[in-house]
Design a protein around this ligand. Structure first.
Ligand code: CMC
Length: 373
């Protein structure tokens, strides 16, 4: 008897050596290394390399990886033209989708090629950095630029967006890029895998992932959580808002709950640390205090059912403290996820390639004949 698994819950579609999650204990590791330790001690480029090639780079390999990223920072002119043509008020992630799809049109007669595609990954990291930085610039009324390389990926990105940036902000961005880099195979990575399993090109696979990231149940949650704090306004309003909106069953608490975790999301610890460090304005201190009060109410109400705070609860406060507007949060998540998605695609295509083609159980009418009219 055929059965469906709603939401593909507990369906396994690949083996992986990339990310390990223990949802009951709240553990997450990349290739065996604890996620918070990596966020504290490593860099986005080194961890990307680890994910893609299975080992940390030595100094020469790291330099070469960074050089390829930096050489590929300038966007082709046609992408600049497309970005300029989009209305300033467009959804930022929608703009990224558009740019990735346009870039995919260059992949003529694409044939998966192990050596070439691996080489292409740092090139793609350079291109996506420019796309996201320029989306931010266009949306904030600034000109499109070719970003200048500065030390790390995080610093190059932030300087392309803001010019000067503080050291703590660069470190927080580097950590955020690492924490969000991969998460086994959530909806967005699965969408990319489905596309890649047809042996389509990597830009198309990335565009598929970004499309799936957009929804509020997934990547859109950081934005949703932050808007929730704005709506509540201050810690004193939490109890009433929580009773009226959440306990009443009208809405879900955004930034809470997860398909895999039955306890706190392990990434939360580092995001919370940076929220404490960077939320220095009165406005952000108030938002953070509101978030903490709301978290307590949420854990009290839902903890016993295994519904706890997820990473998106505090990440928005960190991005806002860096200077990004709320409508850029999901796109920053997208930027962070690129190397994780590409690592999953290459792992799948190289070791377990099979077209992903599930079935649906037919429940429509029995055979019918067309009338002659
Ligand atoms: N607030 C209130 N109730 C919740 C929540 C929540 N945030 N999350 C789950 N539940 C309840 C839900 O109402 C259901 O209750 P019942 O069994 O009585 O109908 C039960 O828990 C199971 O919910 P589900 O939707 O079947 O579980 P799921 O595994 O599909 O949910 C989720 C995962 C992330 C979609 C869900 O927890 C949710 O909607 N959370 C809010 C949005 C959010 O924060 N998303 C970010 C996820 S983490 C980052 C990422 O993946 O991008």
């Amino acid at each position: 008897m055929e059965e469906i698994s709603p939401g593909l819950e507990n369906v396994y579609i690949k083996y992986t050596e990339l990310t390990y999650i223990d949802g009951n204990k709240g553990i997450m590791r990349y290739r065996g290394y604890d996620i918070n330790e990596l966020a504290q001690k490593s860099s986005f480029e080194a961890v990307s390399y680890l994910m893609l090639f299975g080992k940390f780079p030595d100094a020469a390999e790291l330099k070469e990886f960074r050089d390829v990223i930096n050489k590929n920072l300038p966007m082709p002119d046609y992408l600049k033209t497309i970005l300029k043509a989009l209305p300033e008020e467009s959804d930022a992630l929608g703009m990224l989708q558009t740019l990735l799809s346009a870039r995919a049109s260059e992949e003529l007669n694409y044939q998966y090629n192990r050596a070439n595609d691996r080489k292409k990954i740092p090139e793609m990291l350079g291109q996506v950095l420019s796309m996201v930085a320029n989306i931010y610039r266009v949306k904030s009324g600034n000109s499109i630029i070719d970003p200048e390389p500065h030390g790390t990926y995080a610093e190059t990105f932030l300087r392309a967006c803001f010019g000067d940036v503080a050291k703590d902000t660069v470190k927080a961005m580097d950590s955020a890029l690492i924490l969000y880099m991969d998460h086994e195979i959530p909806a967005s990575t699965t969408a990319a895998l489905v596309t890649a399993s047809t042996l389509s090109d990597m830009y198309s696979a990335l565009a598929s992932a970004v499309t799936a990231l957009r929804g509020p149940l997934h990547g859109g949650a950081a934005e949703g959580a932050y808007r929730q704090f704005l709506e509540i306004g201050s810690p004193e309003n939490v109890d009433k808002w929580f009773n009226d909106n959440i306990l009443s069953g009208k809405r879900r608490l955004v930034g809470f709950g997860h398909r895999v975790y039955r306890t706190y999301d392990p990434r939360l610890k580092t995001f919370k640390k940076y929220a404490d460090l960077l939320a220095t304005t009165e406005e952000l201190k108030n938002i953070l205090a509101t978030a903490k009060e709301l978290e307590q109410a949420g854990v009290k109400a839902f903890g016993a059912r295994g519904i706890y705070t997820n990473t998106d609860f505090y990440s928005g406060i960190v991005f806002r403290a860096m200077g990004f507007p709320v409508d850029m949060f999901t796109t920053l998540f997208g930027l962070s996820r690129v190397s994780g998605i590409l690592a999953h695609i290459t792992e799948y295509v190289e070791t377990q390639e099979r077209l992903i083609r599930p079935r649906a159980i037919y429940r429509g009418p029995e055979e019918r004949k067309l009338d002659n009219n």
